[in-house]
Ligand binder design. Structure first.
Ligand code: ATP
Ligand code: MG
Length: 425
């Protein structure tokens, strides 16, 4: 432990893991002012900038690899961020947008802290499916803020919704609805006055712009905060009046694609823990987004006819509306017309390793799992999941298939997009 004396206006960059206890004076960090006796932590591998608002003395505990260094105020943006959001009313919905590594999560913590310091009830919704700080990857997760934080990761999700994928490309229309559902939940069930929403860093292509604009139209946020490097967010924010544009912090710790993938893979392992294997009846807990084991099962005669028509053994087939879902002894997915029906051919091992969300009757996530195998004759699915899910299994109403395929060590091996063409949404 060391004692440091900070002069009024001094700024320091701290890289965690570190703990800061204010012994005298006032220290500003992430939107709040910490006074004598108060403390905060900086997480491992995270950076934070603090500022002395008066002559101050802090007790500093630096963990392995941690450091604290003085920064020139003109190099830093915290003052500018502070100034630009000082006058906005913290009540309502604030939507944060920006590319990867521009400080979105940090800003979400800052806005949440500020609202809390003014006495409002606050919820944070993290809709970043790739790098979710509150809950598991592939989800939109939410929590109430009841104490000051320096980083969103200090909050644990109270509710999550499974969004199936680590990127919202091609699945964003459902994401818009689910994020809106999270907002409604926070407002109605938690009675919060402030909702801060963090989003994913997908902003550059046309589809990303369409998604973000649709989200803005659906949520009607009272405030949009755009953290912009150049002019990359212009197509998204164009035409909206309630936008605050902020610069990104300099010297951020940029994470590579590989870093992010490893972080997610650790995330699956962390949430599917301690692991258990469950055999779930597909009659009691059907697949939410694929109607096999629902509808009418085809008779043996019809199944044999279908086998001839598709040219490969059909193991099971179910008719739902104008579609027949056939599990076929084959490696390939296909969609074809047979006698007035649209036949969806699913390869017999299509399910192996798919990330799944076990959902309750309101569509919230009970927990993540990995589908190991579907036993068609026993009408069961074997799922690798957490003991928490096992304990809450009575709440699970259906199993939503995800678009990520994982191996036994939770490594992402494939984006299983074939499902997109045939699933029910
Ligand atoms: N003012 C600052 N100065 C230096 N580094 C900062 C500052 N604010 C945040 N950082 C660091 O920059 C990194 C990126 O910030 P943050 O995680 O908030 O960004 P993000 O946009 O949410 O990124 P991601 O796309 O990974 O979700 C983090 O390591 C954070 O600790
Ligand atoms: Mg983030």
């Amino acid at each position: 432990m060391t004692i440091r004396v900070l002069k009024t206006g001094d700024m320091y960059r701290i890289e965690g893991p570190a703990k800061v206890v204010v012994r005298r004076g006032q220290i500003y960090a992430t939107g709040v002012v910490y006074g004598e006796g108060q403390s905060f932590t900086v997480l491992r591998a995270r950076r934070l900038v603090i500022k002395a608002l008066g002559d101050s003395e802090v007790e500093l505990v630096l963990g392995p690899g941690a450091l604290m260094e003085k920064v020139a105020p003109q190099e830093e943006i915290v003052d500018e961020w502070e100034r630009r959001i000082a006058d906005v009313d913290p009540r309502g919905v604030a939507l944060i947008i920006g590319m990867m590594d521009v400080g979105k999560s940090t800003l979400a913590a800052m806005l949440g802290n500020k609202a809390l310091s003014r006495g409002y009830k606050v919820a944070v919704i993290d809709a970043d499916v790739g790098q979710n700080d509150l809950g598991p990857p592939t989800t939109v997760s939410m929590a109430r803020l009841t104490r000051y934080i320096t980083h969103l990761r200090q909050l644990a999700a109270e509710k999550s919704i499974f969004l199936q994928s680590t990127s919202l490309e091609r699945v964003w229309p459902r994401a818009v609805e689910q994020i809106a559902k999270a907002v409604d939940y926070a407002r109605e069930r938690w009675g919060v006055e402030t909702i801060v929403i963090n989003t994913d860093g997908w902003v550059l292509d046309e589809e990303a712009v369409a998604f973000k604009r649709k989200l803005i139209e659906r949520l009607k946020p009272s405030l949009i905060v755009a953290i912009q490097v150049e002019r990359e967010l212009a197509p998204i924010i164009e035409g909206y009046g309630n936008v605050v544009v902020l610069p990104p912090p300099p010297h951020v710790r940029v994470r590579t694609r590989e870093d992010r993938k490893i972080h997610r893979e650790m995330g699956y392992g962390r949430y599917i823990f301690p692991p258990v294997e469950l055999a779930l009846s597909l009659d009691k807990t059907p697949l939410c987004n694929l109607p096999i084991f629902r509808g009418v099962e085809l008779s043996d005669d019809l199944r044999r006819m279908l086998t001839r028509a598709v040219g490969a053994p059909v193991l099971k087939a179910f008719q739902a509306g104008g579609r027949v879902y056939a599990v076929v002894q084959s490696d390939t997915w296909s969609l074809r017309k047979v006698g007035g029906f649209q036949v969806v051919c699913l390869p017999n091992e299509f399910e192996k390793g798919l990330l799944v969300g076990l959902e309750d009757r309101e569509g919230f996530l009970v927990g993540l799992g990995v589908l190991k195998k579907i036993y068609y004759d026993r009408r069961k699915a074997v799922v690798y999941t957490s003991s928490d899910v096992e304990r809450r299994i009575g709440e699970v109403k259906c199993i939503r298939l995800g678009l990520v395929r994982l191996d036994e060590n939770f490594n992402e091996v494939e984006r299983a997009t074939n499902l997109l063409k045939v699933e029910e949404t």
